[in-house]
Ligand binder design. Structure first.
Ligand SMILES: Cc1cc2nc3c(=O)[nH]c(=O)nc-3n(C[C@H](O)[C@H](O)[C@H](O)COP(=O)(O)OP(=O)(O)OC[C@H]3O[C@@H](n4cnc5c(N)ncnc54)[C@H](O)[C@@H]3O)c2cc1C
Length: 448
């Protein structure tokens, strides 16, 4: 067999474009790869995997660059970047969309909207569909249509073959079905390089959106009302809440409802009757405007940050709410937040072992967020995330694999629960030599 050659757009440290080609969204973890190959098609991807294996060069797979821990980067290695493969092909007869692995969420929503269909995915435009879907994918349509991976029908994926080869295979409910199971929540970068996804899409037109803000004095009441309401209300309504640092002093609940404003006003009545809201909004808009409403421009801007998360399985007791408030009172700066998204609804339609995404019965996904400007602020921010996560751990479980955190010691259990052993079996079958390897990647069983 001929020796493998890298093909695609290649960037090395000598190129002026190196830094912009190299850097991910999280600037606090810098890595210096020796080559970045921007693949243009699946053959480039296959060549890159063969090349890395033949030369025994460490490599990582990258799409939207949003990994919290920059697991899509590696020092002195090869980055196999699929972000220039962005084709989206909608099939009306089958109500599916074939989406190449480099498409980011903003592009996906925009293009599918032209045919008045969509996917349940995340909120921030620049997040890569690849990383998001492989780990699950939550957003403002989750309670109605489920996780992003619940709409997945098939992946086209480049996997290792033999001692140093690579091959393109398909995984769906019939072919390579265990790999397909693993690609629905098992997380990115573990088994192979997805080059394209086929999703079932959902018709969409107008939606109703709302937002309610309270001041700091309403912290306990507003949060408590929201948590007892949001995961249990009409499943056409998905809602989130942001608890900001005391310096900012606001609590904002917002959400999207597939239905009329009249019905939405009724549904959010418990929130409207709580405390003294300082601001409220409710309107009916074309879905694509709602997508823009929930997009956070801040989330698209590279900056140093530390984030982590956990799941809430039953409403938090008063002690836990006091703990959240306490940590937000001593937050390192006013960018600090605890953010939560209500689950339940369609997420709960599956048992934890039906797909690799384990936390099916959680009612809330919770995130601890900090970011900073100056280097000397970093330690304080990192400590805050570590401590708030620990302080809330008696009331929470695990973490979402798409919000990875290097500080979590038993990450296997935190992300995958009882599914981890089965993921290892899939790994052993498709990547027995563990070439897809990073600090929190799924480990194969020893076979040789
Ligand atoms: C600002 C911000 C907003 C977010 N909003 C949401 C949200 O609304 N909902 C939600 O569920 N999550 C959200 N996330 C988390 C997001 O889902 C993860 O960060 C996800 O891993 C990002 O994927 P990516 O392709 O952008 O990142 P990358 O850094 O490129 O990749 C992430 C991981 O996936 C792997 N990977 C990438 N492409 C491929 C591929 N083609 N084949 C195999 N493996 C691949 C990488 O190796 C890496 O391990 C958000 C993250 C950020 C930073």
């Amino acid at each position: 067999m001929k020796k493998a050659k890298l093909t695609g757009r290649i960037v090395t440290p000598n190129n002026t474009a190196y830094d912009s080609a190299r850097e991910n969204l999280n600037l606090s973890i810098q890595k210096y790869p020796c080559i970045i190959v921007f693949c243009q098609n699946r053959e480039d991807v296959k060549n890159a995997l063969r090349w890395a294996r033949e030369k025994q060069v460490p490599f990582r797979v990258r799409s939207g660059r949003h990994s919290y821990e920059n697991f899509s980067l590696v020092n002195r290695g090869l980055i196999i970047d699929v972000s220039e493969m962005k084709g989206i092909h909608y099939r009306q007869d089958k109500q599916t969309a074939m989406i190449q692995a480099g498409a980011e969420l903003g592009l996906v929503y925009g293009q599918l909207w032209e045919d008045r269909v969509t996917l349940p995915a995340g909120t921030v435009y620049n997040v890569g569909l690849s990383g998001l879907a492989l780990g699950g994918g939550i957003g403002m349509l989750t309670r109605q249509f489920g996780l992003t991976c619940d709409s997945l029908e098939e992946v086209e994926i480049v996997v290792p073959s033999g001692k140093c080869g690579a091959k393109i295979i398909y995984a769906n409910r019939v072919e390579n079905s265990e790999l397909f199971w693993a690609c629905r929540g098992g997380g990115g970068g573990n088994f192979g390089i997805v080059t394209a996804f086929t999703f079932r899409v959902h018709p969409i037109k107008n939606v109703s959106i709302f937002s309610i803000t309270w001041g700091w004095d309403d912290f306990k009441e507003a949060y408590d009302t929201w948590q007892h309401w949001a995961p249990f209300t009409d499943k056409r309504l998905t809602s989130q809440i942001e608890l900001s640092a005391k310096q900012k002093g606001i609590i904002t609940a917002s959400g999207q409802f597939i239905g009329t404003p009249k019905k939405l006003v009724k549904l959010i009545e418990p929130l409207l009757q709580t405390g003294s809201p300082t601001d409220r909004q409710l309107e009916r808009v074309p879905f694509i405007e709602a997508v823009s409403f929930f997009n956070s421009p801040q989330g698209n801007r590279p900056l140093p940050f530390k984030r982590s998360g956990s799941f809430v399985y039953k409403p938090l007791p008063t002690e836990a709410i006091k703990t959240m408030k306490h940590y937000l009172e001593k937050a390192p700066n006013n960018n600090t937040t605890i953010w939560q998204q209500a689950l339940g609804g369609a997420v709960d339609n599956y048992e934890p072992d039906e797909t690799a995404y384990y936390h099916r019965h959680a009612i809330i996904a919770q995130e601890y967020n900090t970011s900073w400007d100056r280097r000397d602020e970093e330690q304080e921010n990192r400590c805050w995330v570590k401590h708030v996560r620990k302080a809330l751990s008696p009331y929470t479980k695990g973490d979402y694999v798409n919000w990875p955190d290097r500080n979590i010691k038993n990450w296997e259990h935190a992300y995958y629960g009882k599914n981890y052993e089965r993921l290892r079996e899939v790994k052993t079958h498709y990547d027995p030599f563990n070439v897809f390897c990073f600090s929190q990647s799924i480990r194969p069983f020893k076979t040789h």
